[in-house]
Design a protein around this ligand. Structure first.
Ligand code: 2HA
Ligand code: ZN
Length: 280
C-alpha cells in the first residue's frame, strides 16, 4: 500500500501521455472525415511497457475481462483500445470513459484493465480481429504497432460496385491515383461479407494480414495497420481518397494510369508491386 502510494506520487498525468493524446486526435480526425459514424470504427495500439509505467502503476489491475479467444503470443503486451459502443466523436472529451488500457494476462485469454472504461465498459467488439491482426503483423514486421478499423464512405461504395477480387480492386486503385502504388504497393486484401465481431472474421482478417497491411471487409469497411498511427491512418486515407476519385469518375473515365507508368512509379519510388496485378 505504502509502496503503491509512493510510486503513485511519481506517476505522470496519463491524460497528457502522447499515446492517449494520439488516440484522441486520431479518433476526432476520423469522425470529422465522416469515416466513423455513431460507434463505428475502433483502434488498438500496442504500447511500450516502460512508457506506460511512467503513467500507471502496472501492478494495479482494476478488473479483468475475458476476451473469448486465445492471444497467447501477446501475453504481457499492453494495448490502448477504443471501447465498445463508444463514439469516436466523444473520445477527445472523455478519454477515460471511451478508451481503455489492457494487458493480456498470463492465461492468454483474459484482459487486465489498467486504466479507462470508467463507466464499467469494455473493449471494442472487434478485439478478436484486432489482436489476431497484431499477431499476424508482428510476425512479419517487428516494428508493427497499430490496427485501425473504419467505415470510410467511398471505400465501401467502391467495394459495393467492384468485384471482391483483391488483385482487380488493387489495380483499379493504382490506376486512379499515382500515389496509390507508392503508398500501398503491397495492395489491398478483401474479405467477403461476414458477420462482424466474431472470432471467425478475426481469424480471416488475421490470415489476410500476413500479406496485407490493408484489408477491406465487404459491405462494412476497412482495416489499416502500421508501425505508428500515421502509417495506419495514411494507408486508409490514401485508399479512401482514391476510392472517392474512382466513384466520382465511374462511367466517365477517359484516362487511367497505364501499367507501364505504374511500373515506372514502382521503379522511381523503389517499391515492389503486389505480384499478379501488373503481370497480366
Ligand atoms: O464497433 O465498427 O465493426 C463498431 C464497428 C464494428
Ligand atoms: Zn465496423
Amino acid at each position: 500500500m505504502a509502496e503503491t502510494k509512493k510510486n503513485a506520487g511519481k506517476l505522470k498525468n496519463i491524460l497528457k501521455a502522447p499515446f492517449v493524446q494520439e488516440m484522441c486526435r486520431t479518433t476526432a480526425n476520423m469522425y470529422r472525415l465522416g469515416w466513423d459514424e455513431r460507434n463505428g470504427g475502433n483502434i488498438s495500439y500496442l504500447l511500450n511497457e516502460e512508457e506506460v509505467a511512467q503513467y500507471l502503476d502496472l501492478g494495479k489491475v482494476i478488473r479483468t475481462i475475458p476476451t473469448g479467444f486465445d492471444a497467447t503470443p501477446l501475453i504481457g503486451k499492453i494495448f490502448i483500445v477504443t471501447g465498445t459502443g463508444k463514439y469516436f466523436k466523444n473520445v477527445e472529451y472523455d478519454p477515460e470513459t471511451n478508451l481503455g488500457i489492457i494487458r493480456i494476462a498470463k492465461d492468454g485469454t483474459t484482459a487486465e484493465l489498467l486504466w479507462g472504461y470508467k463507466d464499467g465498459g469494455r473493449f471494442t467488439s472487434e478485439l478478436p480481429a484486432h489482436l489476431m491482426s497484431h499477431i499476424s503483423r508482428l510476425s512479419v514486421d517487428p516494428a508493427h504497432r497499430v490496427v485501425m478499423h473504419s467505415h470510410p464512405t467511398y471505400t465501401i461504395a467502391m467495394n459495393t460496385v467492384c468485384p471482391a477480387d483483391e488483385k482487380d480492386f488493387t489495380h483499379k486503385l493504382w490506376q486512379s491515383n499515382t500515389e496509390s502504388i507508392v503508398v500501398f504497393p503491397d495492395g489491398v486484401g478483401i474479405l467477403p461479407c461476414m458477420v462482424c465481431g466474431t472470432n471467425e472474421i478475426g481469424e480471416a482478417t488475421a490470415e489476410k494480414m500476413k500479406k496485407f497491411r490493408l484489408v477491406v471487409w465487404t459491405n462494412h469497411g476497412i482495416y489499416g495497420t502500421g508501425k505508428d498511427m500515421d502509417e495506419a491512418f495514411g494507408l486508409i486515407e490514401t485508399v479512401e481518397k482514391t476510392a472517392q476519385i474512382y466513384m466520382l469518375t465511374l462511367g466517365h473515365t477517359v484516362n487511367v494510369i497505364p501499367d507501364e507508368t505504374l511500373w515506372g512509379l514502382a521503379k522511381r519510388f523503389d517499391v515492389t508491386p503486389l505480384e499478379g496485378v501488373l503481370e497480366k
